[in-house]
Design a protein around this ligand. Structure first.
Ligand code: PBG
Length: 332
């Protein structure tokens, strides 16, 4: 595109920045509570919450408290909540069978939320790490994270979540072939309307540290996730993954982490034009909160700015731990 500007002083770009009214007129993107998916952490027990020290303001909640959170989210205009379980150590095994237990924390919470707030969409996470004795998203055999056996387990997990009433499944494991396998199983089992928001471009990132504390996987994890999560150096590879996941039946695409990967969000939106989400991950949240708590950044400003920038980069929505606090501000 060739751009011609009348030379200064005919063009004074500051004219349109002169007042709030003029700025509002030419604002290109906006932020609303309907842009958010709120990730919440589940734990066993009743009427309790535990703080996660590396995520100030975020807690693990018992199911009754998560139900209250879901009702609050709905009332704030947040369309979806995403569930992550803190699985008790005795339920973490080599075979990860707790992952498809119809009465595990996630599946029990799905039914409870559906009872109390059927309007809110429930998203889940599909990966073995909260159930795996070694903290990996897939089965480990002789030190190797094996693909195909893991996909069979993920399919069982997906069906149990669909059966419990999940609206959106979020495979976050980065195994090959999982989207097609899950989509096929959902069709055959009579769940044609369950959506898949694929963690498609999920990078092997240092920014997931606080999340692993939250789900209790930090201590367990041996090694890293580089044989299945993406190399942060790559962008073309992300486009191949998007194409692959869409061809296998994904409805929506996620880029993760968020802020350092806005270029990937923009490419996905421009090249594919599909519903595109970013995950502002635990480490991004922790950074902003730590600086705010030190008085080095204004929390409200950087929260809203960071979220708006995802929209500008082409995202349709953001998974963010800030969802309720940002929604409260946006609702005035
Ligand atoms: C698990 C999973 C992770 C996150 C979401 N699902 C962690 C990981 O891959 O190690 C990270 C979310 C966050 O950091 O906020 N497969």
């Amino acid at each position: 595109m060739t751009r011609t500007l009348a030379p200064f002083p005919a063009t004074r770009l500051r004219r349109l920045r002169k007042s709030p009214a003029l700025r509002a007129m030419v604002r290109e993107t906006s932020l609303a509570p309907s842009d958010f998916i709120w990730p919440v952490f589940l734990m066993a027990g009743k009427d309790e919450e535990t703080a996660i020290p590396s995520m100030p303001g975020v807690t693990r909640k018992t199911i009754d408290r998560v139900v209250k959170a879901a009702v609050e989210a709905r009332d704030l205009g947040i369309p979806a909540i995403c569930l992550f379980p803190y699985t008790a150590m005795e339920h973490r095994t080599e075979d990860c069978a707790e992952a498809w237990n119809p009465n595990n924390l996630t599946n029990t919470a799905i039914r409870a939320i559906k009872d109390a707030a059927p309007e809110i969409a429930i998203m889940t996470d599909i990966a073995l790490d909260p159930y795996n004795i070694n903290g990996h998203d897939g089965y480990v055999e002789d030190g190797v994270i094996v693909n195909d056996r893991t996909v069979e387990a993920l399919v069982k997990m997906a069906l149990a979540q669909a059966e419990a009433g999940a609206d959106i499944l979020g495979p976050s494991d980065m195994m090959d072939g999982r989207i097609g396998a899950i989509r096929g199983a959902l069709e055959s089992a009579g769940y044609p309307d369950v959506a898949i928001l694929s963690y498609t471009a999920k990078y092997a990132s240092g920014f997931y540290g606080p999340f692993r504390d939250a789900v209790g996987a930090s201590g367990a994890l041996k090694g890293d996730k580089k044989t299945y999560q993406m190399d942060p150096a790559n962008s073309d590879e992300a486009m191949r993954l998007v194409q692959r996941d869409l061809s296998e039946g994904a409805d929506m695409i996620m880029v993760k982490p968020g802020m350092p990967y806005l270029d990937i969000c923009r490419r996905v939106k421009d090249e594919f034009g599909v519903p595109t989400f970013a995950y502002q991950v635990s480490g991004e949240y922790a950074m902003l909160m730590a600086a705010a708590q030190n008085g080095w950044l204004d929390q409200e400003k950087v929260m809203l700015e960071s979220l708006l920038c995802f929209k500008r980069a082409g995202c349709d929505g953001i998974l963010t731990y800030f969802a309720p606090s940002a929604a409260k501000i946006l609702n005035g």
